[in-house]
Design a protein around this ligand. Structure first.
Ligand SMILES: Cc1ncc(COP(=O)(O)O)c(C=O)c1O
Length: 398
């Protein structure tokens, strides 16, 4: 039985953290992880979250199932307000359907099952490169994936011309996965004009945009980051948005996220939602309540919301600040290569341009852990590890 199995391949990124934990080198640094760290290298609980939890515990009267199983009315409304802005036409005309899912991964998987049901022959197009879990999630739902060009590794920028040309050839009815902001792994996002151009191509071609929106608020601001959605939603055609509240609320282990479908009418949205409920019922039946209660409480309470927004801003500013300090440190250490492109990238991740050989040397000699592609988590940098990090990188680049 089980002995006939081959071992499943370990997750490439989680495996690095295992190796990091075992490494006895003093001063080791983990830049491979996918979570936010503060300047003490900790992943803290937000103050706004702690306060919301105290309120929830004091008021809690039941552990009954979440009803309906697609999420409470309050939670789904709060998610839509965060995505589109309260009172947006798509909300007012009730053409949005939101389902509460376990994290952003849960949202992607429910979306994948829905796509397989709705369009059994559709393909999902992924940016090259993308988050390594994307192809696996769609494969698990039996959906083939294809790649569109995204990053110009030579020029250290978005490969916008080839990207647009490729999207002009995606057939009607296929789906294109777009990272809403803080592209993982490159940190390069389209500008507002580029998003408008992509939305025009979507409309002309008839492919469906599927947003993975795991980092809202970590690039330029909560509303600013959601601008990517505006031209697609304005087109009146279908839009899929997978939200994660793991990063922007620090609720990683509470598993809270949402899938929002924007339809052409209220009737279509209701029909789609009925199928999301069915898919959820046969999958995990009912979502976990605690994380969504936290998100709902914070978003609906002006004081808690203001505190949360300032905590998100604190994360965003720290990440942007570390990017600049990192670039300055490398320069001060005598590194000849120009790393200033890092300050144009957004969010926690950056394609550093370090090669596999550099990554291996940093691990072996200094206990500095980076994903083999050269992707670094800038949030793993702190004022206290920056000097050692800069010296080590300067050494391996020589
Ligand atoms: C691009 C991207 N999408 C989705 C997710 C999933 O987030 P969650 O932990 O909410 O499932 C992540 C998490 O690292 C991510 O980087």
């Amino acid at each position: 039985m089980f002995e006939a199995l081959e071992m499943a391949p370990p997750d490439p990124i989680l495996g690095i953290t295992e190796a990091f934990k075992k490494d006895p080198k003093p001063g080791k640094i983990n830049l491979s992880i996918g979570v936010y760290c503060d300047e003490n290298g900790k992943t803290p609980v937000f103050n706004s979250v702690k306060k919301a939890e105290q309120r929830i515990l004091a008021d809690e009267k039941t552990k009954n199932y979440v009803s309906p199983n697609s999420g409470t009315v309050e939670y789904c409304a709060a998610v839509q307000g965060l995505l589109f802005g309260a009172g947006h036409e798509a909300i007012a005309s009730k053409r949005c359907a939101t389902a509460h899912t376990p994290g952003g991964t849960g949202a992607l998987r429910v979306a994948a099952d829905f796509i397989k049901f709705l369009k059994p022959d559709a393909k999902v197009w992924l940016s090259e490169p993308t988050w390594p879990n994307h192809p696996s999630i769609f494969a698990a739902s039996g959906i083939p994936t294809a790649a569109y060009p995204y990053y110009d590794a030579e020029g250290k920028k978005l490969n916008f011309g080839p990207l647009l040309d490729a999207l002009k050839k995606v057939p009607a009815g296929d789906f294109v996965l777009l990272h809403g902001c803080c592209h993982n792994p490159t940190g390069m996002d389209p500008t507002v004009d580029e998003w408008n151009a992509i939305a025009e191509v979507a409309k002309a071609q008839g492919w469906v945009p599927l947003f993975d929106f795991a980092y809202q608020g970590l690039a330029d601001g909560l509303a600013e980051d959601a601008r990517c959605l505006t031209p697609f939603v304005a087109s009146g055609r279908e839009v899929y948005v997978c939200s994660s509240f793991s990063k922007n609320f620090g609720l990683y282990n509470e598993r809270v996220g949402a899938l929002t479908l924007v339809a052409d009418s209220e009737t279509s949205a209701q029909k789609a939602l009925s199928h999301l409920k069915r898919i959820i019922r046969t999958n995990y039946s009912n979502p976990p309540a605690h994380g969504s209660n936290i998100v709902t409480t914070i978003l609906n309470d002006p004081a808690l919301r203001a505190e949360w927004e300032s905590e998100v801003k604190g994360m965003r500013d720290r990440i942007a600040g570390m990017r600049q300090v990192f670039v300055d440190t490398l320069k001060a250490k005598g590194v000849k290569q120009d790393f200033s492109f890092l300050t144009k990238q957004k969010g926690m991740f950056s394609f550093s341009g370090l090669t596999k050989a550099h990554v291996d040397a940093l691990k072996e000699k200094y206990g500095i852990y980076i994903v083999g592609s050269g992707r670094i988590n800038v949030a793993g940098m702190t004022p206290s590890n920056m000097d050692a990090l800069g010296s080590a990188i300067a050494e391996v680049l020589k």
